[in-house]
Design a protein around this ligand. Structure first.
Ligand code: PHE
Length: 511
């Protein structure tokens, strides 16, 4: 797509809601609460807040600024800064698509299934064996695929179809409208769940477990790496999504205040949703007479085993509670999923000049076929392995590359002056502190974090899986991504696309 024909959001609010839609996802609801509980309750908020300040906010400003200045998804934006770094621009949306969306769509599929099961609360008393055996028919090992699980495959197809319908239209008629509808519903439903949670006996016990700090955990490096991983995941950073969304902004816009608003609203949402999760966990622990530690589980199990069990114990309107909870997860998931598709669709549209409808259709088709591996009987284990590697390595690596490309190749002060020049509101300017963060502090902290995780990993294989499973699955996936990134890079750009003179007239003053 030529730069001057680029669509823009209908309104700043539309952009903000879409960005919040991407950020607020499944991760805010169960990933954040569980991490907070596991990594020291209220004490976890300290590394989380540090990660937000040191990496989250500087990088979201970077992504918004870069996309807005270069008017392209990450490959075009990187190429305009320095053509030798185009491959890194591909790595990000490809990793987003093949690293996250393929399994993310399957988890949203679980939400669809549980939404319908909620109508008559038909998951039975033993929610653990219902989820793992009756529904997923788990094979017991990540290397034993054992065929497709039909209900999960159909639900995943449904999810991809919804995403296709939304992404098929131009950004301001598809994603923008969907997020304008989804996000208010999401916020209202979440607040209702929080209010409802507070009324349950035992809620206070759960909330205490969520928030009472255990300061000792701060000495453990894992708590810090987890906080950084979570900030990247929750703000959808390191995958070029925010670069893409910002490339559709009008020329005059408040990048810094939008970046602050997105991060603050997203993190507040996580914090508030934590009350809904933990009041229910507290309620269940009182009902069962067991300590919280024994009733809580991590990852998908929290939403699909523990929550259904808690719903079983509710005195009345179980089905309404279930419908609301799974609707919240579904909406949060879809609004993030479409941003993952958009990052790649826009990148391919920029490069190959294909129409949006064609690109989105191909991506959704290939995406669905790729998801099938996660709908097999080994799916749940593969999800766990890939989620670990993507959040702890791929996202953080994306962040380090961005710091280098912008901080050193483009020069942080060039982007900062662009951000400040196009700002509508003079009181919200990015200061020199940002240059220091992007050039030194953020990348160094991220390198340290990734090195720590790697060293820890070499000692014990992740999650106790066999080394074969982790290597076969992780390495194959990585090799495919590298081949694709390099292949796309070899395809030549239309030369005029890379020239800055090609940018629309009204942009020249911003150069
Ligand atoms: N931010 C989303 C969440 O918290 C997930 C996501 C990660 C979406 C990366 C896009 C890219 O669930």
């Amino acid at each position: 797509m030529s730069a001057n024909k680029r669509t823009t959001w209908n309104s700043q609010l539309g952009f903000l809601l879409a960005a919040i839609g991407s950020a607020v996802g499944l991760g805010n609801i169960w990933r954040f609460s569980y991490m907070t509980f596991e990594y020291g309750g209220g004490a976890f908020l300290i590394p989380y807040f540090v990660a937000l300040i040191v990496a989250g906010i500087p990088l979201i400003v970077l992504e918004y600024g870069l996309g807005h200045r270069e008017l392209g998804a990450s490959p075009l934006s990187f190429s305009r800064v320095n053509p030798h770094w185009e491959w890194a621009g591909w790595w990000m949306p490809l990793a987003a698509m093949f690293g996250i969306m393929l399994y993310y769509s399957v988890i949203i599929g679980y939400c669809v299934i549980y939404f319908f099961l909620s109508i008559n609360v038909t998951w039975g008393a033993d929610t653990q064996s219902f989820f793992m055996e009756t529904l997923l028919h788990t094979s017991g090992s990540p290397l034993n695929f054992g065929g497709l699980v039909l209900p999960v495959t159909s639900a995943t197809l449904f999810v991809w179809t919804i995403c296709w319908i939304i992404c098929f239209k131009e950004i301001n008629r598809g994603i923008e409208i969907a997020c304008k509808i989804f996000i208010p519903i999401l916020f209202v439903l979440t607040l209702l769940l929080v209010g409802w949670g507070f009324t349950l006996p035992g809620a206070v016990k759960g909330i205490k477990a969520y928030l009472i700090p255990d300061w000792n955990t701060l000495k453990n490096y894992k708590v810090w790496t987890a906080a950084f991983g979570q900030i990247f995941f929750t703000l959808s950073l390191g995958f070029g999504i925010m670069i893409t969304y910002a490339s559709y902004l009008p020329r005059k816009t408040n990048i810094f205040s939008n970046a602050l608003l997105t991060s603050i609203i997203n993190c507040l949402f996580s914090f508030i949703a934590g009350f809904a999760v933990f009041s229910v966990i507290g309620f269940m622990s009182v009902q069962k007479g067991l300590p919280i530690k024994e009733v809580i589980k991590s990852g998908p199990q929290l939403a699909f085993v523990i929550y259904p069990e808690a719903i079983n114990h509710l005195p009345f309107m179980k089905n309404i509670f279930g419908l609301m909870f799974f609707a919240v997860l579904f909406i949060a998931g879809i609004s993030s999923g479409i941003s993952l598709i958009e990052a790649l669709a826009c990148a391919m549209g920029d490069k190959f000049g294909w129409g949006r409808k064609k690109v989105v259709s191909y991506i959704c088709l290939i995406g669905f076929l790729g998801s099938l591996i996660f709908t097999t009987r080994a799916g749940i284990y593969l999800i766990d392995i890939i989620d670990h590697f993507v959040t702890n390595y791929a996202l953080i690596l994306g962040g380090i590359i961005e710091c280098f490309v912008v901080g050193w190749l483009l020069k942080a002060k060039v982007l900062r002056s662009h951000i400040n020049k196009c700002s509508l509101n003079s009181s919200f300017k990015v200061g020199f502190w940002w240059d220091i963060c992007i050039r030194f502090i953020t990348p160094l902290v991220l390198i340290f974090i990734i090195a720590q995780t790697l060293i820890g990993e070499l000692k014990i294989t992740y999650g106790g899986y066999s080394l074969d499973a982790v290597i076969v699955f992780g390495a194959d996936w990585l090799i495919i991504l590298v081949i694709l990134s390099v292949a796309f890079t070899f395809y030549p750009w239309k030369p005029e696309l890379l020239k800055r003179e090609h940018l629309p007239e009204e942009d020249k003053w911003l150069l």
